[in-house]
Design a protein around this ligand. Structure first.
Ligand code: COS
Length: 379
């Protein structure tokens, strides 16, 4: 593994840093307070190529690798976990599913719009009663002529309301048949398809979350992604890649919390000197940075495997598991270092902690990552 950042990574990191300082940091508190999903900011990210980072140029994407994708998410995460989550869900879940499993026609129809931000993408696997146990989903699709008719709901779906196109995983076979779930492309405005925003989240509040509702929604068969019945396995592969994005975002949140902590610890004086001079604080910073660097290495290792088409189920899972737990620890330490100030919205620490917590839950909880890792070890 090469530990040097390549030219593209340096360039993307700088570009995203500049964008985040100008277009995200000044507004993120307001978006967080109001649970406002800034579609205009997403469009600007699309214009910069950040909504089709690993999509080839022939489909309107930026044509970079997962390595650069991870780099971009780390930079966004340092500033706002909510926007980072939206970029991650759009790229690796929705756009990635069409790119990795869609037909040539589906790629030509949807990728140029998704990759440039003309379309916002959503992806739905989870339901109200089936989160970790994804295969037990209840939503069904039944063939009727050349259409499929979908009934049921999907829950906790990023961009469920604003998404112009949603990829949804729906049962087309028997309950618990791993070959009984199919992926469908559903366009906004399809009759019978609606969404309701989920409010009052703890963190990532600038990222829209919604419930999707399907009432006799007719989907033409050309909107089936890949083979009928292969949806669950496609979804597992998509989540292998998606977990790298959550690991990257977690690294960014952790580093944001760490950098804010260093700044505060150097400025804040107690007992006649900056608190950074006390070992109790300095050791916290040392622990934070050590764990962040380790999380970044795991994340770049998983990205490297993805870029080289090598198996990455285990490595993606432990990158996501470790990095997300580190993000929560760093957010928590940032609040502790800043004391009473850290406990208020005047300082960034509490937001890092709130945003970080979702990273240990979304795209598979820490506990699910341990199931995935241990099954890989023991298989
Ligand atoms: N890549 C490709 N195929 C995979 C796979 C992967 N990473 N993981 C599992 N599969 C395949 C298995 O090989 C199996 O195939 P066969 O039935 O043909 O043998 C099939 O998928 C079912 O796998 P498994 O038996 O492991 O299914 P389980 O129901 O036991 O579930 C877990 C496995 C728990 C790992 C899975 O349900 C999971 O990841 N849950 C969390 C879902 C999640 O992350 N939700 C959050 C989404 S928020 S965006």
């Amino acid at each position: 593994m090469n530990f040097d950042k390549n030219e593209n990574q340096e360039m993307i990191a700088q570009m995203v840093r500049d964008f985040a300082e100008k277009e995200i940091r000044p507004f993120m508190r307001k978006w967080d307070d109001e649970e406002f999903f800034p579609v205009d900011t997403m469009k600007k990210l699309g214009e910069m190529g950040l909504l089709g980072i690993f999509i080839p140029e022939e489909y309107g994407g930026a044509g970079f690798s997962y390595n650069e994708y991870a780099t971009a998410l780390m930079e966004i995460g340092k500033v706002c976990g909510g926007i980072g989550l939206s970029v991650a869900a759009h790229n690796s879940l929705c756009t990635g599913h069409i790119y990795y499993h869609g037909s040539k026609e589906q790629k030509e129809k949807y990728l140029p719009k998704l990759a440039t931000g003309e379309f916002i993408g959503a992806w739905g696997l989870t339901e109200a009663n089936t989160g970790s146990d994804a295969m037990r989903m209840a939503a069904t699709a039944v063939k009727d002529g050349t259409d499929w008719v979908i009934n049921g709901t999907k829950n906790w779906i990023t961009h469920g309301l604003s998404g112009d196109v949603s990829i949804v995983l729906i049962r087309t076979g028997e309950l618990l048949d791993s070959n009984g779930i199919t992926s469908f492309i559903v366009e906004k405005g399809t009759p019978g398809f609606s969404a309701v925003k989920i409010k009052d989240k703890l963190g990532v509040r600038a990222s829209e979350t919604a419930e999707l509702i399907f009432e006799n929604v007719r989907i033409p068969e050309e909107n089936v992604i890949g083979e009928v019945g292969m949806g669950f396995k496609q979804a597992m592969q998509i989540l292998d890649g998606g977990r790298i994005s959550i690991a990257s975002l977690s690294c960014g949140i952790a580093r944001g919390a760490y950098e804010a902590s260093v700044k505060y610890a150097k400025e804040r004086e107690q007992f006649g000197q900056p608190i950074a001079h006390f070992q109790a604080i300095a050791f916290k910073l040392a622990d934070m940075l050590t764990q962040i660097e380790a999380a970044e290495l795991l994340t770049f290792q998983a990205a490297y495997l993805k870029d080289n088409n090598q198996p990455l189920t285990k490595q993606g899972a432990y990158a996501k598991y470790y990095a997300s737990e580190v993000a929560v620890k760093c957010g928590n330490e940032a609040v502790q270092i800043m004391g009473g100030y850290g406990y208020t919205k005047e300082y960034p620490a509490e937001k890092f902690l709130r945003d970080a917590k979702l990273m240990t839950i979304g795209e598979g909880t820490s506990e699910i990552q341990k199931i995935v890792i241990s099954r890989e070890i023991l298989k």
